[in-house]
Structures are given as C-alpha cells and as structure tokens.
Design a protein. Structure first.
Length: 332
C-alpha cells in the first residue's frame, strides 16, 4: 500500500473530526465532499458565510449534505471562543475587545475548535499564507510540550528500497525555518522523529546533517549542528540519533564505519534526515525529487500540540484531500 492510501486507510479507521477554515474556497468545498464521501472523517466543518459557501457549492454542483457550515460571528459559541482566546493571549496584552475581533477570523476560529477538542485536525492554506496558518496555530493550539519550534517535513517516497523504510524517508525542515539555532534544530529533530512514528509507522533513526562528519571541518555552521546534538543528549531524547554527519556517511554503512566508527547509527538504516538550514533542506528534497524521480509528499507541519496542516496556495483538490487524510491519521 502506498503512503497516500495508507494515510487514507488510517484516517478512515480513526474517524476523527476535521475543520477547513477556508470554507467558501471552491477547491476546499470539493475536497470536503470527497472526505465525507470516502468516509475519511467523522465530520467536516467548513467555516465562513453560509450563503457564500452555498453559492459556490451550487455553482460547482457540489451537494453540502453531511458537511457542517459554521459562521463564526453568528455562532452560539462566539462569546465562549472569544473569552478562551482572551485567556490565552492576555499575558501578551490582548484585550477582550481585540479577542472578539480576532476570533471571528476563520483561521483563529478553526484553531480554537482544535484547541478545545471540538475537532481533531485543521487544514488551511489554499487562500492564506503559511505565515497566517502558523500564527493561528502558534497563538492558539500551541506546541508539543517541551518544544518551542514549529517546523515541517516531507515524506520522500519511491526511493531505492535499500534506503529508509522500504524507500521512504522523512526530510526536515524543508519549508519553514530559514536558519534554526541549535535549540531550534534540536526541536526540528525531535518533531521529525515523531513524524516518522506517525507517518511511516517506524521508530526513527535520525541523522543530523552537515558538510562535516565528527569534526572533519571547523566552522560555525558545524558547531551549530554539534550543539544541537548535545542538546538532544542532554534532553535524553527518546529516539536514536547522531551528528554531525555528511549525507553519504548517514546513508552508506561502509562510509559511516570509516568516518564515524562507533556511531549510534552503526548497523541501523537512517530514516530521518535533518538539514542544518532551509537552504540545504529545500535544495536537498528538490534534488532527490527530480533526480531520483521520488515523490515529495508535504510539506507537513510538525511540532504542534495537535495536528495543524498548511497547504500551498496552488494546491489541487487531491492535495487538500491527501493533506486532510494525513492530518486526520496523525490525530490522537
């Protein structure tokens, strides 16, 4: 079973609840219909003006039966949500009036639904920027305990089966953090390890990458990765990891034994590659995608306390359905 179908099967079995804040966007409405028809979720909620959602659905010939429509400003939960948002942000100077104004925004409303446990997954980004989606998630949903950094990962699938988990690997971070500091890089590694468990159903074996292996080069960029590795050791991270290592050292056992004898990665197959910055991560995944003709599935956000997912504004209907399935499959 390929990755997408596996995620759909998990979502169908889990029967979790999904919110799509961009409710009047036609691709989103089409995706909501498919999610319901394929029974990938117990419920789907579209946020926005009901009349506008209904107008778009009618023009596209999409029945809305079985899909919940919610208008934040006129919903009976408005006061409760506004007060909950005020409680979350008052330490930052938020006023009650500002909370009422802000919570009417569908992104924040959807994030509050997730925070309060009224839904299990949140998917947006067909109309909003990644920054907007991240802000809603960070200010309301928050981070996994012990982590402070939101990041992303790709599932790279269709690789040589000798690598990763039958040819599938996690690459992180390739889309969010331009230049993480050592603590942020350690957070990214921890989040990517959890993504490996959730998305590939395997225990993570994590390589923190560099242009140096075990001090073969001296540079502040190398020191950053070395410090991140020490932070993970100090935290007693609950996954197998090592660094700093070059990519070939991480992937090829004979190179690992020569360049990093005694590494915790020895005798293991690395399934998570953590890049030191966004330049290397973005370049790396795109080279593998094109030269190896691999699938690059994602990016999937990671590090949040509950599943928050971002879309490209050029996302297709199938992309939204796939991201929804992944989000629902990750829900606890």
């Amino acid at each position: 079973m390929d990755f997408v179908n596996e995620m759909k099967a998990k979502a169908k079995a889990a029967q979790k609840k999904l919110v799509l804040p961009e409710g009047s966007e036609k691709r989103t409405i089409k995706a909501a219909r498919i999610v319901i028809d394929e029974k990938l979720a117990a419920s789907v909620t579209l946020l926005g003006e009901s009349s506008e959602i209904e107008k778009v659905a009618k023009s596209e010939g999409i029945p809305l039966s079985g899909i919940e429509l919610v208008q934040p400003r006129s919903d009976g939960r408005f006061g409760h949500y506004a007060h909950a948002y005020y409680d979350l942000r008052k330490h930052k100077g938020m006023t009650e009036d500002q909370a009422k104004a802000d919570i009417a925004d569908p992104l924040r409303w959807g994030a509050m639904m997730l925070h309060l446990g009224e839904v299990d997954g949140f998917v947006a980004g067909a109309e909003n920027t990644t920054g907007d989606v991240l802000r809603a998630g960070l200010t309301i949903v928050g981070m996994t305990p012990g982590l402070k950094t939101a990041s992303s990962c790709f599932v790279m699938a269709g690789l040589d089966p000798a690598f990763g988990i039958k040819g599938s690997m996690i690459f992180a971070d390739c889309a969010v953090m331009p230049d993480p500091n050592p603590e942020q890089l350690a957070d990214i590694a921890s989040s990517a390890a959890q993504s490996c468990r959730e998305l590939l159903n395997q225990e993570p074996v994590v390589a923190l990458l560099s242009f140096s292996t075990k001090g073969s080069a001296s540079h502040e960029l190398v020191t950053k990765v070395q410090t991140a590795v020490q932070i993970l050791k100090d935290r007693k991270a609950d996954f197998l990891f090592d660094g700093e290592v070059q990519a070939d050292t991480a992937l090829i056992p004979s190179v690992l034994d020569k360049k990093a004898p005694g590494s915790p990665l020895s005798g293991k197959i690395v399934n998570v590659m953590v890049f030191p910055d966004l330049s290397s991560g973005n370049i790396g995944y795109k080279l593998v995608q094109r030269l190896a003709k691999a699938e690059a599935l994602g990016p999937f956000l990671q590090g949040f306390a509950k599943p928050v997912s971002d879309l490209s504004r050029g996302a297709s209907v199938d992309d939204i359905v796939t991201t929804s399935a992944v989000t629902l499959a990750r829900a606890k």
